[in-house]
Design a protein around this ligand. Structure first.
Ligand SMILES: Cc1cc2nc3c(=O)[nH]c(=O)nc-3n(C[C@H](O)[C@H](O)[C@H](O)COP(=O)(O)OP(=O)(O)OC[C@H]3O[C@@H](n4cnc5c(N)ncnc54)[C@H](O)[C@@H]3O)c2cc1C
Length: 473
């Protein structure tokens, strides 16, 4: 750490963006007694973006998404940063006022991109009224209102979701649950193609179809007309709504204008520092070693590493090992690491009849990547081996994949140091130390990220109360 950097430790930390990464960083800095300013252009306090599909589905109220920010954080909402003046170490806001910083953090997230489909944009530059993005609460509210209108008629409405990635599947499920006839159009040969290999993608498509949606893979939407959305194979899908979920890209305009090194994302080193030693980047806007992430667990890990670094501790970010869970009603998917590109021996068990597929990539006895579809009953144990790099015996990977739901109860009890929530880095022991789900949420933040740990947390709390009931008083 340079002298200049060390000198900035006690001074002003300013964060551009008040999203999921910024909220986590602010929390950690506030815990350490540091003052931090968040400048966010949305009108809402930081919220859990993952649960937007739950709001659309109707199971969550928008207020339930709030992540909560400590009173000591200087949170300025509706505040857009338009420029960074690096020489003066100031950011300029849309109203032309300026805010000085000693350490600046870019946490600007990602922005939806418009796919090359003719007719999405009206001649006056506005989106066609049927067309929706899905990134923010504002997008969600607009889509929710349109769903209300389309399902208010005598027949249920219809929607085409363009893009069969994580976001597309969440939106498709939410709209199906709302009673719309949903079609998913994915240009690649299978769903979730950035995260999983073909066989898993096909099983997910079957699950989605079983749940009522229609899936078209290997088909591209090319034009929106009055008749509907035209595909490159000649089909026209009549529809009330078109939701674009294909391709968010890192929001880098501010960094680029300021002359920072930007490739796909804002380039950072292992301490999350950009090409300017006073400016850092975390979350969806950052690129570390060729990788932009786009998920909560790495964004929150980056926030934690940066908080430690800004507190003067040695800390570095390793982009390797993350577990991502899909939050969509009726679809259970977990991805460990990068199963599409990982190299090693493949151990897999597929049961298309029940729609389950479990696949581990093992290198030198260690699990280096994995895909679990349909049955996540052993996710806790598998994640534990993945995180720790446990060297497994020749039969162990296969055994890990064998049990079905019926035998889930036989899963050995997780040790206290096993990580249960990869978003917030919470161990089984920390959960067991809590008396209720509310206490878990308030003290550890487990279940407030992707929500994928909810079942494991509930099981740990259940086991705890069973044990306590059995304890002599
Ligand atoms: C619908 C949806 C579902 C998702 N589901 C999952 C999931 O299941 N699992 C998972 O791991 N991840 C999921 N993600 C991704 C996850 O939400 C992101 O990885 C996470 O939000 C990244 O946090 P961030 O702070 O980098 O960006 P964001 O949370 O996007 O926050 C960035 C903020 O910065 C603001 N901003 C940008 N530019 C400026 C500026 N110039 N001035 C002021 N403010 C600015 C933006 O408006 C935004 O509020 C999902 C995302 C969406 C949209």
């Amino acid at each position: 750490m340079s002298l200049d950097e060390r000198a900035s430790l006690d001074r002003r930390v300013v964060v551009v963006g008040a999203g999921m990464a910024a909220a986590r960083l602010a929390d950690a800095l506030a815990d350490a007694g540091r003052h931090v300013t968040l400048l966010g252009d949305e009108p809402h306090p930081p919220y859990n973006r993952i649960l937007l599909s739950a709001v659309l589905e109707g199971t969550h109220d928008p207020a339930a998404l709030e992540l909560g920010v400590r009173d000591t954080v200087d949170l300025r909402l509706g505040t857009r940063v338009v420029d960074i003046h690096r020489e003066e170490r100031e950011v300029e806001l849309a109203d032309r006022s300026r805010v000085g910083y000693d350490a600046l953090v870019l946490a600007t997230g990602a922005i939806p991109t418009l796919p090359p489909i003719r007719g999405l944009v009206r001649p006056d530059g506005r989106l066609h009224e049927k067309v929706h993005a899905f990134r923010s609460l504002a997008d969600c509210e607009r889509l929710d209102a349109a769903v209300g209108v389309s399902t208010g008629s005598t027949t249920a409405g219809s929607a085409v979701v363009v893009g069969g990635g994580l976001l597309g599947l969440q939106v498709a499920r939410a709209l199906s649950v709302r009673g719309l006839a949903v079609e998913v159009v994915e240009g690649g040969e299978h769903l979730l193609r950035s995260q999983v290999e073909e066989r898993a993608g096909r099983i997910i498509a079957r699950d989605l179809t079983r749940l009522g949606a229609t899936v078209y893979t290997g088909a591209r939407a090319v034009r929106l007309t009055e008749d509907g959305l035209v595909l490159d194979n000649g089909y026209t899908l009549e529809t009330d709504l078109v939701v674009l979920t294909a391709g968010d890209r890192p929001s880098t305009a501010l960094a680029r204008r300021a002359g920072l090194e930007v490739r796909r994302g804002v380039v950072v080193d292992e301490r999350l520092r950009t090409s300017d030693e006073h400016i850092y980047a975390i979350g969806d806007c950052a690129q570390r070693g060729g990788t932009v992430t786009g998920f909560v667990p790495p964004a929150w890990e980056q926030a934690a590493v940066l908080a430690r670094h800004l507190a003067g501790e040695e800390a570095s970010y390793d982009p390797g090992r993350h577990v991502v869970r899909l939050r969509a009603t009726g679809l259970d998917v977990a991805v460990l690491g990068d199963p599409v590109h990982a190299e090693g021996e493949v151990v897999e068990v597929t049961n298309p009849v029940v729609g389950s597929h479990r696949r581990l990539v093992v290198d030198g006895g260690r699990i280096v990547a994995g895909t679990l579809v349909g049955d996540l009953s052993r996710i806790g144990l598998i994640t534990q081996h993945f995180d720790r790099g446990t060297v497994l015996g020749a039969n162990e990977p296969g055994l890990l994949l064998m049990p079905d739901r019926a035998t889930a109860a036989a899963e050995p009890q997780l040790p206290d140091d096993a990580e249960v929530c990869s978003c917030a880095g919470v161990s089984a022991g920390a959960v067991r130390a809590c008396a209720s789900l509310d206490e878990v949420r308030a003290t550890t933040r487990a279940t407030t990220g992707c929500g994928g740990c909810s079942d494991a947390v509930r099981r740990l709390l259940d086991t705890r109360s069973t044990l306590l009931e059995g304890t002599p008083r």
